[in-house]
Design a protein around this ligand. Structure first.
Ligand SMILES: Nc1ncnc2c1ncn2[C@@H]1O[C@H](COP(=O)(O)OP(=O)(O)OP(=O)(O)O)[C@@H](O)[C@H]1O
Length: 342
């Protein structure tokens, strides 16, 4: 249903000088740098799959969603959604997809929520019986009845997100793109939204393409994760696979008396965070090996303290992002970057 091959998107970012002279110079100078927001990415998604698209800020997630939905034209590569090239068939594509941007509203700000739904019905030419069926379900499952007659500007963030999601699904799309759908919501509101999305995915076989910085969204909704960094795809696999890789490992944070620097190179251990005298390692065996690890280490370097913890996806992703920030300058190879999460 979604097919992406060697897809890239470059942006031109113009260098602007400041001050009065700079402003005048800007009128004549077209100096720019090229930013590769999406760099040669390939993947495919089947009908009914739920995908989590993850990455640190600026990794290229929104750019990918904009190309998949036809808002942006790729610089190179191939992309089809339901056999259509999104930017060439925007109207056709719009009928088959739903979009929710957590930070931007698709609802009419000053109108009652029900008016946006009615407008959507007319724009998408939704049959009366389909409209009524979906409205009945959404009024109940998303509890829209609580605020459907109120203007959007008076809604809480959680109420607005429920309305946004209902609106995106009103025309029975095959796939729904959700860009940070739980951002800024409290725990209960997040749970309600996750349950609803999961139910729509399972019962209606609607494909889900979800970006989120909240790992719980991904764990609870998505069977598969794609992780991107600086435009490149660096992990494509099931959430379970990643979890089972992690279940065999332990995270241990050591506080040294003196920073041993880069000298700490150890078998069966990956350095996942380095804050000088406090370093965090992932070790790939059970508790015994964690204790062996500390004992062996303490023979070589004086240790002040250590903390042992089970690794979960959230910790690993967080440490992974940190290691990427740190290693921007040291140019890790793709394999080295991957060793942090595998
Ligand atoms: N219109 C634009 N013109 C120039 N550069 C852009 C434009 N849009 C995005 N970029 C750059 O492209 C890169 C990827 O941006 P994008 O918004 O796709 O990332 P993201 O993963 O969605 O980030 P976030 O998690 O912060 O929303 C960034 O370096 C960003 O500065």
């Amino acid at each position: 249903m979604i097919y992406v091959e060697g897809l890239s998107k470059e942006y031109k970012q113009f260098n602007r000088a400041s001050g009065v002279i700079g402003t005048i110079k800007n009128l004549f100078s077209r100096e720019h740098t090229i930013v590769k927001a999406v760099d040669n990415i390939s993947f495919s998604i089947e009908q009914g799959e739920a995908i989590g698209y993850l990455g640190p800020n600026g990794a290229g997630k929104s750019t990918m969603i904009k190309m998949l939905t036809g808002i942006l034209v790729p610089t190179s590569g191939k992309v089809t959604v339901n056999h259509l090239v999104p930017h060439k068939s925007r109207q056709e594509i719009a009928k088959r997809i739903g979009i929710v941007f957590g930070q931007r509203s698709q609802l009419w700000w000053d109108l009652p929520v029900e008016d946006s739904f009615e407008l959507h019905r007319r724009i998408y030419n939704i049959q009366d019986k389909d409209y009524q069926k979906n409205m009945d379900i959404f009024l109940d499952l998303l509890n829209l009845k609580e605020f459907i007659t109120r203007p959007v500007r008076q809604l809480s963030l959680g109420q607005r997100m429920r309305a946004e999601i209902g609106l995106a699904l009103l025309h029975n799309p095959d796939i729904v793109f959700l860009d940070e759908p739980t951002i800024g919501l409290d725990v209960i509101a997040k749970d309600n939204i996750r349950n609803f999305i999961r139910q729509m995915n399972r019962e209606r076989k609607i494909s889900i393409f979800l970006t989120s910085h909240d790992m719980k969204d991904i764990e609870e909704i998505c069977g598969r994760m794609l992780i991107v960094n600086k435009g490149e795809l660096i992990y494509d696999g099931t959430v379970e696979q990643l979890k089972s890789n992690l279940s065999a490992s332990k995270i241990i944070t050591i506080e040294f008396v003196v920073d041993p620097g880069d000298a700490v190179v150890l078998e069966n251990a990956v350095l996942v965070n380095d804050s000088g005298i406090r370093k965090t390692f992932r070790i790939d065996k059970g508790l015994d090996s964690a204790i062996d690890f500390v004992q062996n280490l303490s023979k070589r370097y004086p240790i002040k303290d250590f903390v042992l913890q089970d690794s979960n996806i959230e910790d690993i992703i967080r440490m992974y992002y940190r290691s990427l920030e740190k290693d921007n300058s040291t140019q890790m190879t793709k394999q080295e970057k991957l060793s942090v999460i595998y």
